[in-house]
Write a protein that binds this ligand. Structure first.
Ligand SMILES: Nc1ncnc2c1ncn2[C@@H]1O[C@H](COP(=O)(O)OP(=O)(O)OP(=O)(O)O)[C@@H](O)[C@H]1O
Ligand SMILES: [Mg+2]
Ligand SMILES: [Zn+2]
Length: 407
């Protein structure tokens, strides 16, 4: 039977856990010294190792040769726990067992010592789904369980867990896994599975998975189904998982910075039509904005806008809509920024034009044809808006680079 990569490559001991050095070190030390907290809560984004770590802790504590940080993996306890079928390691899905009755069942069963193992371990996944009543019912038990009981809670939404629960737990944060670590693991899997895949392709998967190793392994699965025999390339990955290339992102930003919003909108619509993941697109836009040579004001304004669209997409607003709105906002922000800069310079009295010869020529033309320098004309106009108009008119509607005041 074919087993998906994410399951086949679930880490089975602490040394196999990728990209979580802090959590792993804390757990290692606690297991070694026998000081593991009786209630732990693992939180962090999806596919970063919460459930895996919970099972590893259970094995470490209950392995026939333990407690040990290197559970053997072959004894009866290790095998049963790996399959999620051990009598004394109870895995509970918090989403479907969220009511007070479910909590009461747990509290009741805590009273009975383990049947076969050292510890009775409750792994409660998605614990944030518990009702408030269920949480409250559990408080006392979580605070002072019998010495043979350990609770391990896992959640992606710690903010939904009441403080009264949090304050009774040791909390471990599992962070997004760095791209380089994901690439390394994907390379290892490809080699073990005899899969031919280019390095660029692996890196693109790692990037697109946004810190989740499970997502990355799922992407690799899809690419393998798409191309079981030949070498998987970057373009294959782009097509199969719908991740945009960096080039198209750069083109989009360039359109926003220099031209009308029309072309930028065209790009968004095209990507959407080709089923390219717009959430990933948005994330690359932010990355690229951080690298662009633009003013602090423009950068801040654009980052704000694209962080907002990222949040909107996360909150299930149609990604295409979110990015269309962001495109308009970005364009408006740039216009506003340029005009504000101009006003500021005009109000400060005098200015000179950028050294470009084209600019000088235009200024010269103006001086001869309009009887008087631009500067004089500006001095005559009192309100700054008409000054801006004048400058815009002078330079054919295009704002050119106005440099240091040095008249
Ligand atoms: N830190 C990690 N080290 C190694 N493999 C990992 C790690 N995190 C995730 N994986 C891979 O992803 C799969 C799923 O991981 P796991 O079930 O532990 O994630 P999770 O954090 O519980 O996710 P969710 O929040 O969606 O329940 C594992 O079987 C493994 O293949
Ligand atoms: Mg999980
Ligand atoms: Zn064992």
């Amino acid at each position: 039977m074919y087993k998906v990569l994410a399951r086949k490559y679930r880490p089975s001991k602490l040394s196999e856990v990728v990209g979580q050095p802090v959590a792993v070190t804390i757990l290692k030390n606690a297991i070694k010294t026998g000081k593991l907290h009786h209630a732990m809560l693992f939180y962090g984004p999806m596919g970063t190792g919460k459930t895996s770590l919970a099972r590893i802790v259970a094995k470490s504590l209950n392995c026939d040769n333990g407690p040990t940080i290197e559970p053997c993996g072959t004894c009866e306890a290790c095998q049963a726990i790996s399959l999620g079928k051990d009598v004394d390691v109870v895995e509970i899905d918090g989403a479907s067992n969220r009511k007070i009755e479910n909590a009461r069942n747990i509290i009741e069963s805590v009273k009975y010592p383990p049947l076969k193992r050292r510890f009775k371990i409750y792994i409660i996944d998605e614990v944030h789904m518990f009702t408030l009543e269920a949480f409250n019912a559990m408080l006392k038990t979580i605070e002072e369980p019998p010495s043979y009981v350990k609770f391990i809670f896992a959640t992606t939404a710690i903010e939904k867990v009441p403080d009264t629960i949090l304050s009774r737990c040791q909390i471990l944060y599992l962070k997004k896994i760095p791209e380089a670590e994901i690439s390394k693991k994907l390379l290892f899997i490809s080699q073990s599975e005899n899969i031919k895949i280019e390095e660029d392709a692996i890196n693109l998967i790692a990037f697109a998975s946004n810190g989740s190793l499970r997502v990355a392994e799922g992407f690799l699965d899809r690419c393998i189904s798409f191309k079981p025999y030949g070498t998987i390339t970057k373009d294959d990955v782009s097509r199969v998982i719908g991740v945009p290339t960096r080039e198209i992102v750069k083109e989009y930003i360039n359109e926003i910075l220099t031209n009308s919003e029309k072309e930028a909108l065209k790009i968004i619509n095209q990507l959407s039509g080709n089923s390219i993941n717009l959430d990933t697109f948005n994330r690359i836009v932010i990355e690229e904005l951080l690298k662009q040579d633009i003013s602090l004001e423009t950068r801040t304004a654009l980052l704000n806008i694209f962080y907002q669209s990222l949040v909107d997409i996360k909150q299930k607003i149609n990604p295409q809509d979110a990015l269309i709105v962001a495109t308009y906002k970005a364009k408006a922000a740039i216009k506003l920024d340029k005009i504000e800069n101009l006003i500021e310079k005009v109000q400060s009295g005098s200015f000179s034009i950028s050294n470009s010869s084209e600019a000088k020529k235009k200024l010269k033309n103006l001086e001869t044809t309009e009887k008087g320098s631009l500067q004089e004309n500006l001095n005559k106009n009192s309100d700054s808006e008409s000054k801006v108009d004048l400058i815009l008119k002078t330079f054919g509607g295009k704002i050119i680079n106005i440099e240091k005041i040095n008249d």
